[in-house]
Design a protein around this ligand. Structure first.
Ligand code: ZN
Length: 116
């Protein structure tokens, strides 16, 4: 009886790597040190105690509540003024932040259209 040799397949490393075709990379998310400061945390705790842990936009409760600057810091809003803070749930906070970013970017891209 003839013996059969088992065929052995070997994988050879091709040396090819994945090509990164992205044009621009998204910078890593960083936390502004201000939001970790004692002053901000104390103010936020005070606002939550005063107004309740409820989203001031949709009324949602029982979720994480974010202290959102109504007039955003990047647009020159007051950092530690409770009148510039709105308590928002994660969903409302994300929506508001994205909307503010779009408006800011439009203002930067077309300054002549947004001059008053
Ligand atoms: Zn909400």
């Amino acid at each position: 009886m003839a013996t059969r040799k088992a065929a052995v397949l070997r994988c050879i490393n091709s040396g090819l790597t994945a090509l990164d075709t992205s044009i621009a990379r998204v910078p890593p998310k960083t936390t502004d040190g201000f939001y970790l400061s004692k002053e901000w945390r104390a103010l936020l705790a005070s606002v939550i105690k005063q107004r309740g842990r409820v989203c001031e936009r949709c009324g949602r409760t029982g979720c994480r509540i974010f202290g959102d600057h109504i007039h955003e810091l990047k647009d020159g809003g007051a950092r530690l003024d409770s009148k510039n803070i709105m308590l928002l749930c994660g969903s409302c906070h994300s929506t508001k932040t994205v909307r503010a970013r779009i408006i800011r970017n439009q203002r930067i891209a077309t300054p002549s259209l947004t001059k008053e």
